[in-house]
Design a protein around this ligand. Structure first.
Ligand code: GTP
Length: 235
């Protein structure tokens, strides 16, 4: 395996599958089996999942709701997805621990960094819910922050696209995919990798990001086997 400890960032929207809202059970179990496959090969796996399939703070603001309020609702949405993923993983025999950035002790452990690291060392998949616990931060920022805190070697950002392109491939037929790109080049070319807070955290802490298509079964394992899948962004 190419990495010993990783942080996998999953998108909430991807969890919808072909549905218009909520959680698609087939997609959920595909994710669980992909994660099981890498966990069984000995990689320590931490996960952050978004909440956009249930609620988006930014949209709430457009509807007139206070941004802070909407962001907290979004954090709760990530907990629903985290719990769904936890159940899906446990149903295929993967041990998990869920830690929340907002205390809700009846359903989750609180986020405690040292405990999270211990769980990972014992082979448990650790899911970090409720983002960073703060409004104005995305789940990409939560993923970057937690990855740095637990000394993950890389963030694997699972998306619906298979990497980072020089332009929008749906609009520009000449768009080409990067296998590797530096943080500076990605910034200079204005390529959207993650939001700037998340991007800067990774760059300053020398944490590479691999953007890849998580919705193609087997891709996650390929990334960890060191195959050229997706795009790697690094210093
Ligand atoms: P070790 O420290 O390695 O023994 O880890 P452990 O997670 O097995 O021990 P612990 O006794 O802390 O946890 C046992 C179970 O209780 C696990 O499923 C935890 O996720 C869960 N758990 C621990 N703390 C909390 C909490 O504050 N709230 C909730 N809801 N569950 C918790």
């Amino acid at each position: 395996m190419k990495y010993k400890r990783i942080l996998l960032k999953l998108s909430g929207e991807s969890l919808m599958g072909d549905k218009a809202f909520g959680i698609d059970n087939d997609r959920l179990s595909t994710y669980a089996s992909q994660i099981k496959a890498i966990q069984e090969s000995g990689v320590e796996v931490a996960i952050v999942i978004g909440g956009g399939n249930i609620f988006r703070g930014v949209q709430a603001e457009q509807g007139g709701m206070d941004r802070t309020h909407g962001d907290y609702m979004g954090m709760l949405a990530t907990m629903i997805n985290s719990m769904a993923l936890q159940a899906a993983l446990e149903s295929v025999g993967v041990q998990t621990r869920l830690q929340s950035a907002i205390e809700m002790k009846e359903i989750s452990e609180p986020y405690i960094r040292r405990k999270a690291v211990r769980h990972l060392e014992r082979g448990r998949v650790v899911i970090f819910g409720a983002g960073t616990g703060n409004p104005f931060f995305t789940t990409d920022s939560a993923a970057s922050l937690r990855a740095i805190e637990i000394n993950a070697e890389v963030i694997l950002k699972g998306t619906r696209v298979d990497g980072i392109y020089s332009a929008d491939p749906e609009k520009d037929p000449n768009a080409t995919k990067y296998d590797t790109i530096s943080f500076d080049d990605a910034y200079g070319k204005g390529l959207q990798v993650m939001d700037m807070t998340a991007f800067t955290l990774c760059k300053e802490n020398n944490l590479p990001i691999i953007v890849f298509d998580m919705d193609t079964p087997g891709n996650l394992k390929k990334v960890l086997d060191g195959e050229q899948v997706g795009t790697i962004v690094r210093n």
